[in-house]
Design a protein around this ligand. Structure first.
Ligand SMILES: Cc1cc2nc3c(=O)[nH]c(=O)nc-3n(C[C@H](O)[C@H](O)[C@H](O)COP(=O)(O)O)c2cc1C
Length: 309
């Protein structure tokens, strides 16, 4: 394990060490205008949401370590109090990377990157038409961090005045994350994509789970169960009662072998075969693990309760 003091590092190394661990970060594509109306669009991954009543997001345009000057985005927001923030999808990444070049203030990065402006309703800066989700924002608070030195951070807390969400990502009155295809920033030049198998759901317990420490010892110390599986089992409100019907499993079920049924994702058939003989702890635990994998926590418990006869 490496132990690293920030002060022991050069600025670039410290920057990348921080950004490699605090990752993946969402990317704000921020559009601003200066007082003459020149449009600017740049990406910022020092970005997150911090309040929803009212909705407040923060972006962190640092003092440029190339020029030692404030970035145009910061100057424009301090001048006008406005911006729009559009989220970045996988198909936009090459364009936002190009827009991140430090062009002169009068250069419109929409033209450089080939991204498209879409007029806003409340604020002057336009939104980005390619993005499925944009926010029109006004400045809530400016927090300068340390003196004006290249790399020093600046925090802008922005209040969201209006959301725009594309119909293409919206179903049943909510955003479907599988349709967003968002990109996020890792350390160095790495990005990642919230897409396909990278997306998964974890149901938050609706009550205080019993906790891993309250699991029966033979489960808590099982050599076959992982930390994640123990946490799923420990999310129940109380340890379930043994359901005796569960071990007299229906004759309608049939199966080939425990291994085949487990490999084909059929824990109930595997259990039926296991119960034909005296099942081993290992086999019962394998079956419980498959129920857990299917998020059937009640059945996993019932199988594990069979271990203690
Ligand atoms: C994906 C991505 C994320 C970035 N995040 C930040 C950030 O959070 N803060 C920052 O100061 N610069 C960040 N940059 C660099 C700025 O986009 C870049 O300095 C840009 O030229 C600033 O433009 P401006 O001077 O027009 O505001 C990022 C660049 C990329 C490609």
């Amino acid at each position: 394990m490496k132990t690293i003091y920030p002060s022991a590092l050069e600025h670039r190394e410290r920057h990348q060490l921080l950004l490699s661990g605090v990752a993946p970060r969402p990317i704000a594509l921020v559009t601003t205008q200066d007082k003459h109306g020149n449009v600017n669009v740049s990406p910022f991954s020092f970005f997150n949401a911090y309040s929803s009543r009212p909705p407040i997001v923060a972006i962190g345009p640092a003092i440029s370590s190339i020029s030692g000057k404030a970035k145009d985005t910061l100057t424009n927001i301090l001048e006008t109090g406005e911006c729009t923030i559009s989220v970045v999808t996988y198909s936009m990444v090459e364009q936002i990377s190009l827009a991140s070049c430090e062009y002169d203030a009068e250069i419109n990065e929409f033209e450089k990157s080939g991204l498209t402006q879409r007029a806003s309703s409340i604020v002057k800066p336009p939104c980005v038409a390619e993005s499925p989700y944009s926010m029109e924002c006004t400045l809530h608070q400016f927090i300068p961090l340390f003196e004006n030195k290249g790399g020093n951070g600046r925090i802008l807390l922005m209040e969201v005045q209006l959301f725009h969400v594309s119909d293409s990502v919206y179903s049943d009155n909510k955003i479907d994350p599988r349709k967003m295809d968002l990109a996020a920033r890792m350390g160095y030049d790495w990005y990642c994509r919230a897409h396909g198998d990278a997306l998964f759901e974890v149901k938050k317990p609706r009550w205080n789970g019993i906790g891993v420490d309250a699991l029966p010892e033979y489960i808590r110390t099982s050599e076959f169960l992982t930390g994640a599986e123990l946490a799923k089992l420990a999310s129940v409100k109380e340890i379930p009662e043994k359901n005796h019907d569960f071990s007299t499993i229906s004759e309608n079920i049939s199966g080939d072998s425990i291994d085949i049924e487990l490999a084909s994702g059929n824990p109930l058939s595997a259990l039926y075969i296991a119960l034909q003989t005296l099942p081993s702890v290992k086999n019962l635990t394998r079956i419980a693990k498959l129920f857990l994998h299917h998020n059937d926590i009640e059945s996993a418990w019932q199988v594990l309760l069979l271990i203690k006869r």
